[in-house]
Design a binder for this molecule. Sequence first.
Ligand code: EZ4
Ligand code: CO
Length: 404
Amino acid sequence: MKIDKAEVIVTSPGRNYVTLRITSDTGVTGLGDATLNGRELSVVSYLRDHVCPQLIGKDASRITDLWEYLYKGAYWRRGPVTMTAIAAVDCALWDILGKATERPVHELLGGAVRDGVLVYGHASGRTLDDLLRDVGHYLGAGYRAVRVQAAIPGLDSTYGIHHDGTGHTYEPADGRYPTENVWDTAAYLRFAPEMMAAVRETYGYDFHLLHDVHHRLTPREAAKLGKSLEPFDLFWIEDATPAEDQRAFELVRSHTVTPLAVGEIFNSIWDCHELISRRLVDYIRCSVSHAGGITHLRRIFDLAALYGVRTGSHGAGDLSPVSLASALQLDIAVPNFGIQEYMGHLSPAEEVFMTHYRFEDGYLKPGDRPGLGVEIDEDAAARYPYEPRSLPINRLRDGTMHDW
Ligand code: EZ4
Ligand code: CO
């Protein structure tokens, strides 16, 4: 089974998504998500200009060899653009193998080791009352795990505050330029325990509570936050401190037993092997579409299993339904799975991507369609052309650039 065609489809049904579609000479198609939020067209070029021509005529079932061919063959290793492009090829090839053998990908990975994939929803609010209402909405809908983010009093905008209960943040009017937010660490550190206390007082402890710090604290501040949240028994705090400095987690770890999660901006096993092997984190959150696809993420998860670290893959709405479908195939098949982020996708994404996973009782089920279980409608995709969009930036009150 040889690769006959490799095409890149760019579409914006609510958000920008880049999809790689590979077709075999036997007429089987496979999809891979190649979306890198805010830098989408760099991956489009990487694929169209450099990768797609090299795929033609290759054996579609030699998935690991093609992974090595693209990784080692590039010479310039790692990095989000390269690893997103390789991930898209990898997922598309798994999809093809599944369809050609009439098996869902998770069966090719050894089969399901659980009945469903525990997911967390995203509650948020501009006020604590709004947040509490939103948490109630998720619990009422059957979620067993909820991430909470609320606007910090005195600040105009805070990461993770959604509109219309969709789980998506506002985008800037002119997407070529980022919106600028103001950040105040002291105000945040005072507010965070108050927010968690309100949630636990209202809804109790019988569900998992999560929170995303989004890389904004120094290690000492992260340690202080972790300690202050201990009474509220969090499932994790995410990206408590930037992880380029992996040893920074030692300081956080030695001061708090609040579980730590990290990894959504990592793109290879090399970004996390020290954090994992030194047991500095509890959950590894790399995404299937930014960390080299199913083949490479499985290696990361296997490494994590050796050290008792569990998985918690990134699943924001800027990763396409193809990414979520791929993540679910792996989540259901790995023994050390922890939880999967689930933000859902804005309408009209469902016109473009036909998915077969379903939410039931707090869990996502990948379904048993052959391959990844997701299809793309190219005519629908063409109705929603690409729109330039940027991620926001953060500045301190004195104008200093800060982590967003
Ligand atoms: O800000 O995916 O846990 N989820 C997140 C996301 C990231 C976006 C960036 O594109 O932190 O919302
Ligand atoms: Co995050």
